[in-house]
Design a protein around this ligand. Structure first.
Ligand code: NI
Length: 195
């Protein structure tokens, strides 16, 4: 979701993983129209495996490469309840968040603002969201935690959790605006300008 300013390059490279050097994999982002975005993703049952840690690193790198502040696994073609968020877009390591099997526990207040999605590039819409959101999720080790976020982080919790249940942000705009947007996308698809 939510495109940000480009950040300096040099974030990729390789990392030590289980004694081996594993290069980061940048996944292409799945676009609106792909059915993987419309279905509920599967729960994750295995934690703290080398595969999961590698996948999470790749998700962060794919998100940074696409200049997003959040990415859900279905957006790179994996129908699993995994999302990564970094509202600092790589500026503050403490902002890196992993949400596995997340559930929204509580929403409070209101905020209105523009929202976009890496799977719907080139479009942004005003979306009303709660201003303060509490999520319960598991981390990469399988440890359950609860976290409350406000403003952009609250929006990211809702947007990314939606993805894991097959919902896109355009389900929160008016039917009229949604139809208009879908028509524009169809036009791009016909012109071969929608991957
Ligand atoms: Ni999105």
């Amino acid at each position: 979701m939510l495109l940000t300013e480009p950040r300096p390059s040099g974030s990729g490279g390789s990392r030590r993983l289980g004694g081996e050097i594993a290069a980061d994999m940048i996944y292409p982002i799945v676009k609106f129209g792909d059915p993987v975005l419309d279905r509920e993703a599967e729960d994750v049952h295995e934690f703290d495996t080398p595969e999961l840690h590698k996948f999470l690193e790749d998700m962060f790198e794919s998100m940074y490469a696409a200049k997003g502040v959040g990415l859900a696994a279905p957006q790179i073609g994996f129908s699993r309840k995994i999302a990564v968020i970094d509202v600092s877009n790589g500026e503050n390591p403490g902002d890196k968040l992993v949400l596995i099997n997340p559930q929204i526990l509580k929403t409070e207040g209101k905020q209105e603002g523009e929202e976009g999605c890496l799977s719907i590039p080139g479009f942004r819409e005003q979306v009303k969201r709660a201003r303060r959101v509490t999520v319960r999720a598991k981390d990469a080790l399988g440890k359950e935690f609860e976290m409350t976020g406000e403003d952009l982080l609250a929006r990211a919790f809702l947007h990314e959790t939606d993805h894991l249940y097959g919902r896109l942000y355009i389900s929160h705009i008016s039917a009229l605006k949604r139809d208009l947007l879908k028509r524009k996308i169809k036009k791009l698809q016909r012109a071969g300008e929608w991957g």
